[in-house]
Write a protein that binds this ligand. Structure first.
Ligand SMILES: [Zn+2]
Length: 330
């Protein structure tokens, strides 16, 4: 019987970096893990998802390079999401790779079930505060068995802003850039012009600058400011967690921000003098989604727009018990 199981593609990126790109359910842009080779530790940047078939794809891609998990000396993590930390424990168990990540990621990996249960509860409460139906978090509930099955892993080297370490032929500097998630980290090699950016900025997601609104309070302004600093990496290749490597950093940034301004304007137009919940406002704006129910992503996108409007004085947030409502400002 011919095998039709999906496989990863392997592509040189320069500087000893290889992109291992895997198909990933629901994501046209797929899922990336980067391998860094050279004189320093053989490094994986991110460790994909602990979902059926993913480990087989990743280990299969490494095998085409003559490598196994046991050869990996270091795993560097860009943020704490399921699709980037999932196989860390499996790689470490195979060969004792040291794990490098910031304190927020280390805290999640110390007890993934507790963290991901908490994140789901937070999302449910956040949805309710903004008038969303309880079913809004169904997707996150579906993923919970996978997130809570991620084994606890000790982060051997907890890095903070400015910390430097070797990875293959690169010397990476740690840059904290929360926004997409509270734990987002960039790992930058200025001389090589290569930056690992996780999901901070990638080509193929129009909602990139918003997801943080579902995983922490008021991150939209911080995210936009962080993206503006990332735009300064104009001569860099951005090695992202999903999709192709980004060579036109300023162009992609500006495209994202233009899209954000469009969403902000749509939210501004929807506001009236009558206080309205975020979900109710969204119901008047959102079109039916062809790719299924995307409640949390849409709600967080709208929330980000409203947060930014409030900062401009064009929206006012009101609290009615637990419920948050918005009205026109100014
Ligand atoms: Zn991701």
């Amino acid at each position: 019987m011919a095998s039709s199981a999906p496989t990863a593609t392997v592509e040189e990126q320069g500087g000893g970096v290889v992109r291992i790109a895997m198909p990933f359910a629901g994501f046209d842009a797929g899922l990336n893990v980067h391998l860094v080779r050279g004189d320093g530790p053989l490094t994986l940047v991110d460790a994909a998802a602990a979902l059926p078939g993913v480990s087989r794809m990743l280990s299969g891609a490494l095998a085409t390079l003559g490598l196994t998990y046991a050869d990996i000396e270091q795993v560097v993590l860009t943020h704490h999401h399921l699709d980037h930390i999932g196989l860390t424990g499996e790689v470490v168990a195979a060969g004792g790779a040291r794990v490098v990540a910031n304190a927020a990621v280390a805290e999640v990996l110390a007890d993934p079930p507790a963290h991901f249960h908490g994140e789901l509860e937070w999302g449910i409460a956040q949805g309710r505060r903004h008038g969303g139906p309880d079913a809004m978090m169904d997707g996150a509930r579906t993923a919970l068995p996978y997130t809570t099955a991620i084994p606890a892993v000790l982060v051997d080297h907890v890095v903070d802003e400015g910390d430097r370490f070797a990875a293959g032929d690169l010397t990476l500097t740690t840059v904290l850039r929360p926004g997409h998630s509270p734990s987002d980290t960039l790992f930058v090699d200025q001389d090589a012009g290569l930056s690992f950016v996780g999901d901070h900025l990638w080509d193929g997601s129009p909602v990139t600058p918003v997801l943080g609104s579902m995983s922490g309070p008021r991150p939209a302004a911080e995210y936009v400011a962080g993206l503006a600093r990332t735009r300064e990496l104009t001569d860099h290749r951005l090695l992202a967690g999903h999709g192709a490597t980004v060579d036109d950093v300023a162009g992609l940034h500006d495209e994202r921000l233009a899209g954000l301004e469009t969403r902000i304007d749509r939210a501004r137009t929807a506001l009236t003098d009558e206080p309205t919940s975020t979900w109710e406002l969204g119901s008047g704006i959102w079109r039916p989604s062809s790719s299924g129910y995307r409640g949390p992503a849409r709600l967080s996108a709208l929330l980000a727009a409203l947060e930014l409007l409030a900062a401009r004085g064009q929206a006012v947030e009101e609290h009615d018990g637990e419920l948050v409502r918005w009205r026109r400002g100014g």
